[in-house]
Design a protein around this ligand. Structure first.
Ligand code: 9YT
Length: 131
């Protein structure tokens, strides 16, 4: 069994800040833990807009605090986000995330992130080989 608390992750090498300063992601579980997914506690900072296209991963996001919106660039739909809203990117949808206030998100990635990925210019994480 793995038990980990957020205060053990903050300011560790599992505490990843976006290069553009838009978000911070605390990685509670990574690929090494061998669960088949990674689990992140992410804060999207107020006033930011982030373009994301996870071409190589499926992501589920559960908003547990703050307010903002997601714009699905495939459908053109804009969905408000607040505490209690989940979205699942089951079609690798290109999207914008906009935060009106700091939004706290619980994120699950499949395949699991290793912890070393950074968003590329297209807002994607690379797929890192299993080996
Ligand atoms: C919700 C979202 O996609 N935020 C960007 C960061 C990413 N979720 C991560 O690495 O935790």
């Amino acid at each position: 069994m793995i038990v980990r608390r957020i205060n053990e992750v903050v300011d560790s090498d599992r505490d990843i800040k976006a290069e553009n300063g838009n978000w911070v992601s605390r990685r509670l579980l990574l690929r090494d833990e061998a669960l088949g997914f990674s689990l992140h506690d992410t804060t999207i900072f107020a006033g930011t807009e982030t373009y994301i296209h996870y071409k190589n991963h499926l992501e589920v996001v559960y908003c547990v605090g703050g307010e903002g919106e997601i714009e699905d660039l495939e459908s053109g739909e804009i969905h408000p986000l607040s505490d209690g809203t989940m979205y699942a990117l089951n079609g690798h949808e290109r999207h914008y995330l906009r935060a009106r206030s700091d939004m706290r998100m619980v994120c699950v990635f499949n395949p699991a992130l290793t912890g070393n990925e950074v968003h590329d210019q297209e807002g994607a994480y690379p797929l890192i080989d299993e080996e």
